[in-house]
Structure formats: C-alpha cells, structure tokens
Design a binder for this molecule. Structure first.
Ligand SMILES: NC(=O)c1ccc[n+]([C@@H]2O[C@H](COP(=O)([O-])OP(=O)(O)OC[C@H]3O[C@@H](n4cnc5c(N)ncnc54)[C@H](OP(=O)(O)O)[C@@H]3O)[C@@H](O)[C@H]2O)c1
Length: 105
C-alpha cells in the first residue's frame, strides 16, 4: 500500500508492535506521531526510525486523564491532517475475577 502523504497516530509507538507498524508506514511513504510515556525512549525510537522529519512524538500516560486530555487537544489542534489511528498500548486494571462477577450480578 502507498501511505504517501498520510499521517498515522500510533499510541504505544515507541516499541514493540507500535514501532514495527511505524517502520512499515514510513517505508510505505507515510508519516507518524508516536505516543508513549517515556520521553527518552520516544526520542531514541524517533532517531532509530531515521526519517525524523516524518516522525513526531508526543509524551502521554494513558493512565492520566489530564495527559489524555492534552493528547486529545494536541490531536484536535495540531494534527488536523491525521488519517489513521493505531492503538498498540494497553492499560490493565487488575481485579479479582470472583469479586468482579459478584459485583456485576
Ligand atoms: N506482542 C504481543 O504478542 C502481544 C499480544 C497480545 C497483546 N499484546 C498487548 O499489546 C500491547 C502492545 O504490545 P507490545 O508487545 O508492542 O508492547 P511494548 O513493546 O511494551 O510496547 C508498548 C508501547 O506502549 C507504550 N505504553 C505502555 N504503557 C503506556 C501508557 N500507560 N501510556 C502510554 N503509552 C504506554 C510503551 O512506551 P512507554 O513504556 O514509554 O509508555 C510502548 O511504546 C500491550 O498492551 C500488550 O500487552 C501484545
């Protein structure tokens, strides 16, 4: 596929599946914004992807409502050209299964 001129927001883009997707999109001519918590890792990932003019970063912890709000503002105000979204970061809220079952009955 040709992703030339197409921008993708990748939440969890600084490693693993998100970064692998970023590489594929860049190889196909696209550009990306990587979102993750660790600023240093974001910069390292941006550098290792090479085309720094096609890779933006935004620091955000999905566990923080305030930071997610900042990300939403950033996307709304600064990323009007964004075309695709990849969610590659998961947040797990551990619960005792039996307790969850009882509360939901
Ligand atoms: N790889 C698999 O085979 C597989 C299979 C099934 C499910 N999953 C799930 O898919 C997700 C991605 O897997 P992966 O292997 O690509 O993991 P990974 O290499 O650990 O990458 C996770 C990415 O998400 C970011 N991240 C983690 N917590 C975050 C948070 N609270 N807010 C914002 N960014 C956050 C990480 O950067 P920072 O740490 O800097 O935030 C990193 O960029 C995980 O939730 C994993 O459990 C993976």
């Amino acid at each position: 596929m040709n992703f030339s001129g197409k921008h993708t927001l990748i939440v969890g883009g600084s490693s693993g599946m998100g970064m692998a997707a970023a590489k594929r999109l860049l190889d196909a001519g696209g550009s990306v914004t990587l979102v993750a918590r660790n600023e240093k890792k974001l910069v390292q990932s941006q550098e290792s992807l090479g085309a720094t003019d096609k890779v933006n970063t935004f620091r955000c912890d999905l566990n923080s409502n305030e930071e997610v709000g900042s990300l939403i503002d950033h996307v709304s105000n600064e990323m009007k050209d964004v075309k695709y979204l990849i969610n590659a970061a998961g947040v797990f809220f551990a619960k005792v299964i039996r307790g969850t079952y009882r509360r939901r009955l």
